[in-house]
Design a protein around this ligand. Structure first.
Ligand code: FMN
Length: 351
C-alpha cells in the first residue's frame, strides 16, 4: 500500500511526498540531488545568491540528477531608508566588530535583492519543475511567466489568512510553516508578528482553509511526525533542520555541534532584521533589546560577524538556525534519511 494522499506527489513529480527544505547558505547542490535520488523533492535555497551563482547551482544540481528539483527565493520588500536606525546599529555593532578585529561596520553594506527579473530569466532558462518562495510571492509580472512556463509554485504560510491569500494568487501547494520550524519565519509582513502557531495546530486549520495540497513543516523529521502530519490532512512534509548534520550540509562546525546538543532555540530578528529561529547564543541574548534596521540591511550588517564567528569556532555570533527538534538530528546521509523515513512512515500509515 502507498501514501494515503497522492495529490502533492503527482503535482511535484516525486515518488515520496517528502521535500528537503530549501535552506539558503546551508546546503549544497549535492543535498538536493541526494534528496531527489531517494524519491523526494530536492531543493536549492538560492535567496542570497546572485543570478550568476544561482544559475551555477542549478546547473550543478542538474548535472547530478535529472529528477524534479525546487528552486527557492525570498520575496521581501527592500529595507526602508532610516538613517537614525542605521547609525544606531552601526554604533551597537562596533564593539563586536572590534572583538573580531573586523574594523568598522560598513557604511554602505551590499544588500540582497528579492526575486527579480534577472533571477526570473535564469530560472526560466534552467526550467526547474518547482519554484518556492518565502515571505509571500513575487509580483504578478514575475509570477505569471513562471506559471506560463509550467513551473509549479509553492510558498510558506504561517497563518490561515496567509494561506488563503497564497491560494487566491495561484500557489499550487502551500507549505504550512509551524512555530517549531528552524530558520526565517515565512510571515509576509513581520510588523504583524512572527506567526506563532505550532505545526500541529496550524496544519488542520490550513487544510480547512484552502483546497490546494498542504505541506507540513516545522519540527518534523521521523516517521511518527510525518504520519501525524498525514493524519491531520497534509499531503506531504518539508524538512529542514534534520538535514543539517548530513554530509551534504555546508553549515560550519560550530553550527553542526550546537544542533547535536539540547541547547534551547529562540526567535530573533537581530541577525537579519526578520524573525528567525536558531539555537540561542551570546549575540541573540545581548541584542534582544536592540532597535534594528529592516531585512535585508540588518543581514548585511551582521555578515562579517557571522563569518568571523564561524571561523573562530565558538559560534556565539553565528546564526545557528535550527528548529525546536534539532536535538534529534543524526549524521546519516540525505538519501538514506529520506529512504528510511518513507519506508517507516508507510509502515505506520498502512498498519
Ligand atoms: C538553516 C535553515 C535555513 C533556511 N532557509 C530557508 C530558505 O532559504 N528558504 C525557505 O523557504 N525556508 C528556509 N528555511 C525554513 C524551511 O523551509 C522550513 O520551514 C523549516 O526548515 C522546517 O522546520 P524544521 O527546520 O524544523 O524542519 C530554513 C530553515 C533552516 C533550518
Amino acid at each position: 500500500m502507498g501514501w494515503p494522499r497522492t495529490d502533492l506527489m503527482d503535482l511535484l513529480g516525486v515518488r515520496h511526498p517528502i521535500i528537503q527544505a530549501p535552506m539558503a547558505g546551508a546546503l549544497t547542490p549535492a543535498m538536493a540531488a541526494a534528496a531527489a535520488k531517494a524519491g523526494g523533492l530536492g531543493s536549492l535555497g538560492l535567496a542570497l545568491k546572485s543570478p550568476e551563482y544561482a544559475a551555477a547551482d542549478m546547473a550543478a544540481a542538474r548535472g547530478l540528477t535529472n529528477r524534479a528539483l525546487n528552486v527557492n527565493f525570498f520575496c521581501h520588500q527592500p529595507s526602508a531608508d532610516d538613517p537614525d536606525r542605521f547609525t544606531a546599529i552601526r554604533d551597537r555593532l562596533t564593539p563586536y566588530y572590534a572583538e573580531f578585529d573586523l574594523g568598522e561596520p560598513a557604511a554602505e553594506p551590499k544588500t540582497t535583492a528579492p526575486f527579480n527579473a534577472d533571477m526570473l530569466e535564469v530560472v526560466l532558462a534552467a526550467a526547474p519543475r518547482v519554484a518556492s518562495f518565502h515571505f509571500g510571492l513575487p509580483p504578478s509580472d514575475l509570477l505569471a511567466p513562471l506559471k506560463d512556463a509550467g513551473v509549479i509554485i509553492l510558498s510558506s504560510a504561517t497563518s490561515p489568512a496567509e494561506a488563503r491569500e497564497l491560494e487566491v494568487l495561484g500557489t499550487d501547494a502551500i507549505i504550512v510553516q509551524g512555530w517549531e520550524a528552524g530558520g526565517h519565519r515565512g510571515v509576509f509582513d513581520p510588523s504583524t508578528g512572527p506567526g506563532d502557531i505550532g505545526t500541529f495546530a496550524l496544519v488542520p486549520q490550513i487544510v480547512d482553509a484552502v483546497s490546494v495540497p498542504v505541506i507540513a513543516a516545522g519540527g518534523i523529521a521521523d516517521a511518527c511526525r510525518t504520519a501525524a502530519a498525514f493524519m491531520l490532512g497534509a499531503s506531504g512534509v518539508q524538512i529542514g533542520t534534520a538535514f543539517l548534520n548530513t554530509p551534504e550540509s555546508m553549515v560550519a562546525d560550530p553550527h553542526k555541534k550546537a544542533l547535536l546538543t539540547e541547547r534551547p532555540t529562540g526567535i530573533t530578528s537581530a541577525f537579519s532584521g526578520r524573525p528567525a529561529r536558531g539555537v540561542v547564543n551570546r549575540y541573540m541574548v545581548e541584542m534582544e533589546d536592540a532597535t534594528l534596521p529592516d531585512f535585508p540591511l540588518m543581514n548585511a550588517m551582521t555578515g562579517p560577524l557571522r563569518a568571523a564567528s564561524a571561523k573562530e569556532g565558538a559560534g556565539e555570533f553565528m546564526s545557528l538556525w535550527a528548529g525546536q527538534a534539532h536535538a534529534m538530528n543524526r549524521e546519516t546521509g540525505t538519501t538514506d534519511s529520506i529512504e528510511t523515513l518513507a519506508e517507516e512512515t508507510l509502515k505506520l500509515l498502512n498498519g
